[in-house]
Structure formats: C-alpha cells, structure tokens
Ligand binder design. Structure first.
Ligand SMILES: O=C(O)CCC(=O)C(=O)O
Ligand SMILES: [Fe+2]
Length: 237
C-alpha cells in the first residue's frame, strides 16, 4: 500500500460507506492497514510509556482480556486514523441528528470536537488496544466517557482470522423499541475496520425516523490471540 494513510482514508468510497451507515447502521472498511502496520501497532502493546492505563477486563466483569488506553499525544498512525475518519463521519453524525429532530452539532474537524470535549472536562485520551487470548471475550457494552460523545467509533482487527486466532467475531446488537433485539456477527480481515454507532441510530419507519440502541462486543476467542485497535473520538472524564 504505497500512499499515506490519510490519503487512503480520504479515497475510501465514502458515498457507499455513508449509504451503508444509513441503511444498516454500520459499515465495513476494506483492509486499510497493511500487515506491517498491524504488527507495528501490536508492538506498541509492550511499550508502557505509550499508555495511560491498563484494564484487566475480568476484574470489572467486562469480559476476559486486557486493554490499554493510549496516552496523548497518540502514536502517529492512530492520530492519522482518528483525524482522517472524523470529518466524513461527522457529516453522517449531523445528518442523523437532523433525522431525529435535533440540530447538527458536530464540528467539521476533530480538533474542534476535542476542544469541546476538553472544555467539558473530558480530557483523557480514549483510543485503545485490546488483547484477547483463547477463552477471551468482550461483553456487550457502549463506550461512553462523559456527557459529550461522538456517535460513531471505528475498530480495526490487527491479526489474521483463522491463522492467528479463531472465534472472536465482532458482535453488534440492536435493541429496537417495543420489539425483540437483532444481532449482527461481523468478521474482519487483518487490517480491516468497522464503523459502528456508539449508542443509537435512526431507522426509517412508516411514520418518520425512530431510534434504536446499540451495544457491541466480541464473541469468545476459541484459539490463538486477537488484538484490536479501537478508535473512539470523544475523550474521557
Ligand atoms: O475487540 C473488538 O473488536 C471490540 C473492541 C471494542 O469494544 C471497541 O473498539 O470499542
Ligand atoms: Fe467497545
């Protein structure tokens, strides 16, 4: 993959990604990180100075595995991902707000959005790397860290499915008002990503848009080790 990451993000097929987000609430990003970049990111896991905190998931009954929040300033590749994805996703975020009868509030650039987080006391960086070994899993959850949040997040899987690990599918469950919940099982190739809603999404119904609530998680890793990179746009309290 020759060109810069930021250029590769800009040249994704944004029109069809936006359409997938509108229609199904999530969108797969074709492999964006090459094997070497995935391995570089995995190697950061053992560099403690890059992180502000480490969470043992079983301690909080979040699942089984471990994750670490990167410290600001983020490693260059993460900064490029966070900055590169924000502007396109902010357009959809604003369109979704309007569909639900609210005013568009998301600024055009990540910098402006983070200024807003920081003014509200959300100052700690949130991008994270997760590591699961055989038997590991991530319970269904939402990643909210204060009142201000961005309605999308992106996850990248850093290992090769069925080679480095098996099981460990990404799970997205959509809770519909006064109806049963719907589940999606999403598999991602090494370096591929998924854009999904942080909390809610508008769905077009017969009487306008209604809102569903989403939670995400990871099914049990049945063998090997799976690392993933979570790009969360809002900072934390
Ligand atoms: O490991 C995964 O695929 C999911 C990670 C996650 O919960 C997140 O990125 O917010
Ligand atoms: Fe999460």
């Amino acid at each position: 993959m020759p060109n810069r990451l930021s250029e590769r993000i800009a040249s994704l097929e944004w029109e069809s990604l936006q359409q997938a987000l509108d229609e199904q609430g999530f969108a797969k990003i074709p492999p964006l990180l090459d094997k070497e970049q995935c391995e570089d990111i995995i190697r950061t896991y053992d560099q403690p100075t890059l992180f502000r905190s480490t969470i043992d998931m079983s301690r909080y009954r979040f699942g089984m595995g471990e994750y670490k929040y990167y410290q600001a300033p983020l490693p260059n590749i993460l900064q490029q991902l966070r900055e590169g994805f924000y502007p396109e996703l902010a357009k959809t975020a604003n369109r979704w707000l309007e569909q639900l009868g609210h005013t568009a509030v998301y600024p055009a650039s990540l910098g402006e959005f983070l200024d807003h987080c920081h003014q509200q006391g959300q100052v700690r960086s949130t991008p994270l790397i997760l590591k699961y070994e055989a038997g590991g899993y991530n319970c269904l959850h939402q990643d909210l860290y204060g009142e201000v949040y961005f309605p999308f997040q992106v996850v990248f899987v850093l290992n090769q499915r069925e080679v480095d690990y098996s099981g460990g599918e990404f799970l997205l469950v959509e809770q519909r008002p006064r109806a049963q919940s719907r589940g999606h099982v999403i598999t991602l190739e090494q370096g591929a990503g998924l854009v999904f809603p942080t909390t809610q999404r508008p769905v077009s119904g017969t009487r306008g848009f209604y809102r569903t609530t989403l939670r995400h998680g990871v099914s049990t890793i049945t063998s090997g080790t799976r690392y993933s990179l979570g790009i969360i746009f809002h900072d934390a309290k």
